[in-house]
Design a protein. Sequence first.
Length: 320
Amino acid sequence: MAQSNTIESVQVMKVRKIGFWRDFIKYRVFLTLMLPALLIVIFNNYIPMFGVIVAFKNYNYIGGILHSPWSGWENFKYLVQTDEAWLATRNTLTYNSLFIVINTATAVTVAIALNEIRNRKLAKFFQSAMLFPYFLSFVAISYLAYALLGENGFINTGILKMFGVDAISWYSNPFYWKFILPMTNLWKNIGYIVVVYLASITSIDGEYYESAVIDGASKWKQIRFITIPLMRPVIITMVLLQVSRIFNADFGLFYQLPLNTGTLHNSTEVIDTFVFRNFLVSGNVGMSAAAGLYQAVVGFVVILITNSVVRKVNKEEALF
C-alpha cells in the first residue's frame, strides 16, 4: 500500500513537472516580455532591502554595512523621545490625511464635471491644463510661489495693495502655510488623479444612463446612483494607495516650497524633512535608515488595517 502511494506521488510530480515546462514553453513570449520589469523590481526593490540592517547599527564609513558595530534599538529611540520628532510625525499624518480627503473629493467632482462637457476639445483642454503642473518640479514651483508670496511679490504689491491691505510676510508666519501647502498639493496633483477617475467614468456602460433617462432620473440622480457607485472600486483603490504612503511626505512640497525657512518649521516639518535636517546633513546614516524603516513598517501596517476594514465591508473592493 505504501509502495503504491509512493508510485502515485512520483507520477503526480512528473505530471506537474511536464505541465510546468509545457506552460513555460507556451507562454515564453509573455515571460520574456516580463523579464526586464522583473529584473528591475528585483534589483531596485528587493536586493536593497538588505540595507535595513543599517538601522540597527552605529554606522561608520570605515566598517561599512557589514562591519559597523551593532546598536540595537538605539537609533529608534531618538525618533520617539524628542518633541521635534513627534511634531514631524503629527504634521505628516495630519497633512497626508487632509490631502487624501481634499484631493479625492475634488478629483471626483472635477472628473464628473469634465465628463459632462459635450465639447470634447474643450474638455481635453481643461484636462491638459490641469495635468501640466503634475510634471513641474518643486524647485520651479518654489520660484513661482516666491514670485507670488515674496515681500515684493504679486499678491503683496498687486492684489493686497489694490484693496488697501497691508503687505503680509508670508515666509515668517507658519499659520498661512497650513492652507498654502494643501492648496499647492491639490493644484499640482489634481490633474493626474482626475485622469484616473475620468477613465473609470468613461468605462461605464452608457445603457445605464439611457435607462435612467427613460425612468425620468435627473442628472443629479444619475450621478448619485450610477456614476459614483460604479466609480467606488477605483476610488477605494486610489485611497488605499495613498493611505499606504501616509507616513511618507513629499519632500519637495515641504522643503523646497517654503524655501527651508526656519520660522515655518512648526507648519512645514514632516518626517522626511526632519530626517534630512537632523541625520543626513550631519551624516548619521543609522538614524536615517531607522526613520526610513519606521515609515515603511508603519505604512505597511496601516494599509493592512485599512484593507481589512474594506474587506469586511466588501471583499471585492479590497486590494487583497
